[in-house]
Design a protein around this ligand. Structure first.
Ligand code: ADP
Length: 602
């Protein structure tokens, strides 16, 4: 009962100190994991919105850079020939425009320039060095008609009114000669005249108003996307030197020029967003370019109106939605991450449970073992005390009787002496056994090659007890041709004596009953000694334990036989000291067989 309580207490302590905190911590961690996951799911729509803001900001920045770099271009470059402003001297230098000679950036399809007048003025289209190819004329025609269409919208669709509200007006001055070249470079006669009069124009300047680029987007003929940046330039020709005939036609005029460039739709609608998306989007965010898509359980979507975000004006409302983009945030990715984390958590939890339960089992076993050992020691002390008390009191009684001269009959005196001697022997055997146990535990002996039957033969006389004249309760059946085995005579004597003694004690042979049998035999690399009796045998549950030190079947309170629980333990220790093995076998027809197997010495 006490044992059970102690085991329960230790298991309880183990639970309170280790299992409980682990469970609580595990539960807390799990809750945090789930909360985290839910918070992430909730924040997905905001995540999509913030991804959209990032990508829009990035695109606008990139687009603004393009506009700024184009705004720095002098308006005189928008002609095939121009006169560099930094040309030194009074000669008029004429050179090809960079918009004709230089490589065209991928963002731009072509530059254009036309005079803003209600008439059909000439449209100049410049395509950089790409325009020098074979298709120059065809492409130029196509682009000219696109710009003509643009101009028509500019004039016809009320866009003219916009001119009054234009922004970012800046006034700069240009040399008169450069402006004159820009206005009339195509005509040979004009060029010749301008060159001749170059020195006269020196020092004369034209104040030029330059406005910011305006952005227009529309679908030409309802299908072709046109994204056009255009600016207005205006200047009066006032300060003109006298006697320059080629300037006479423009003197006093106020010119308004519309200049700008057509954006590459492929770059604007594809490359620009894709490139910026690659820069600013992260893991679960994705840019969708295939038009409006739906929002479902697996993703959240934020729409980008590229046209209006970049600052384009449109005439028709549907043009404003052209090629909408979307940023999607994948919920699945977050779910997958959560799943992975929870799997990892469960694995760790499983391992923890495994470790704790293993610890619990080990602890339970060790506590039980310790308690068992303590219990056996208690039994042992009780048994030894009992074993000691009986011979001591017998010796004391007989010695006193002799001393006090109770009897003078020599026969009785002899019996008394014999009893004292027997009890002394019993005491010394007991002491001897306890000593033997610790001796055998401490050191090993080297076995020798010897014949088991021969050693037992010599023992027969002592064990059978022929001399005492009692009934022969032990019979020897020794096999003659036994192979030699690894053993020591001391171990064999110890084993046989203890086993025979036990058999006599627990299975005493009744008159005319089957005697205890001590036999030897050999089989499969082993030589066996067996002591068999017809006693009560050992209950199945106890068979493994009877060889343990101080172990006795039943309890000290109820047991009737004398003993200390050392006999079989000594048998086992003797056996182990020579590498042999002792075991119990139930005997057919009732009784026990104690068997020790020695290894044959081949
Ligand atoms: P002890 O004899 O001092 O009690 P042992 O170690 O010799 O201790 O024996 C352990 C237990 O094994 C005994 O308590 C007894 O119950 C049982 N036992 C030993 N030999 C026999 C036997 N021949 N027949 C039945 N039980 C036996």
């Amino acid at each position: 009962m006490r044992r059970l309580r102690t085991t329960r207490t230790s298991l309880g302590l183990f639970g309170a100190l280790l299992v409980m905190p682990t469970l609580v911590l595990g539960a807390l961690y799990w809750r945090e994991l789930v909360n985290d996951y839910e918070a992430q799911l909730e924040s997905i729509p905001q995540a999509a919105q913030s991804a959209k803001d990032r990508i829009v900001a990035s695109m606008v920045e990139r687009f603004q850079k393009l506009l700024e770099s184009e705004a720095r271009r002098p308006f005189t470059h928008y002609g095939e020939i121009f006169s560099p402003e930094d040309a030194i001297g009074s000669d008029l230098a004429l050179t090809e425009s960079p918009l004709v000679s230089e490589e065209r950036p991928r963002e731009i399809e072509a530059w254009f320039s036309f005079e803003f007048d209600y008439g059909e003025t000439e449209i100049h289209v410049l395509q950089g060095d790409a325009g020098k190819g074979e298709n120059l004329a065809r492409k130029e025609n196509y682009l000219s008609s696109a710009i003509a269409d643009f101009r028509k919208r500019y004039l016809g669709e009320g866009l003219y009114s916009r001119l009054t509200g234009l922004q970012g007006e800046k006034t700069t001055t240009y040399p008169l000669a450069a402006v004159a070249v820009f206005l009339g470079y195509k005509e040979q006669a004009q060029q010749t005249c301008l060159k001749a009069c170059a020195s006269k124009m020196e020092g004369h300047e034209v104040p030029v108003n330059v406005f910011d680029f305006e952005l227009d987007f529309y679908l030409q003929d309802g299908k072709r996307p046109r994204a056009i940046a255009s600016r207005r330039i205006s200047f009066p020709i006032e300060d003109v030197p006298a006697n320059v005939p080629c300037l006479a036609s423009i003197e006093g005029e106020v010119f308004t020029i519309i200049q700008g460039f057509i954006l590459q739709p492929e770059w604007l609608f594809n490359e620009l967003p894709q490139l910026q998306a690659r820069r600013v989007l992260a893991g679960a965010e994705e840019l969708l370019t295939l038009g409006p898509s739906y929002e479902d359980a697996t993703r959240s979507v934020a729409t980008i109106n590229l046209i209006s975000e970049l600052g384009f004006d449109t005439a028709e409302p549907e043009e404003r939605w052209y090629r909408q983009l979307e940023v999607a945030v994948d919920r699945e990715e977050i779910r997958r991450r959560f799943e992975k984390q929870s799997q990892r958590f469960l694995l760790v939890a499983f391992m923890l449970v495994l470790t704790l339960s293993t610890g619990m089992v080990f602890m339970y076993r060790s506590v039980s073992k310790e308690l068992d050992h303590a219990h056996r020691m208690q039994n042992f002390v009780a048994a030894v005390t009992h074993e000691l008390r009986t011979p001591i009191s017998t010796i004391q009684l007989h010695a006193e009787m002799l001393l006090e001269g109770w009897t003078t009959d020599p026969e009785v005196v002899k019996t008394y002496h014999a009893r004292i001697l027997r009890e002394t022997k019993r005491l010394s055997t007991l002491v001897e056994r306890v000593l033997e146990k610790s001796r055998l535990k401490e050191r090993t002996t080297d076995p020798v090659r010897a014949n088991l039957s021969e050693i037992l033969q010599e023992l027969e006389h002592d064990l059978v007890g022929v001399e005492e004249g009692g009934p022969r309760d032990v019979r020897f059946e020794l096999e003659r041709d036994l192979p030699p085995a690894w053993l020591t005579p001391e171990a064999v004597v110890g084993i046989a004596t203890n086993l025979v003694e036990n058999a006599r004690k627990y299975a005493p042979v009744p008159a005319g009953g089957e005697p205890i049998c001590v036999r030897t035999r050999s089989r499969e690399g082993h030589v066996y000694i067996e002591v068999a009796d017809r006693g009560p045998g050992v209950p199945a549950g106890e068979r493994d334990r009877i060889f343990e030190a101080f172990y006795r079947v039943g309890s000290e309170a109820t047991r009737t036989t004398k003993g200390t629980g050392l006999g079989l333990h000594l048998v086992q220790l003797f056996a182990e000291s020579v590498g042999a093995q002792a075991q119990y076998l139930p005997r057919d027809g009732g009784g026990s067989i104690f068997q020790v197997a020695f290894k044959t010495a081949g």
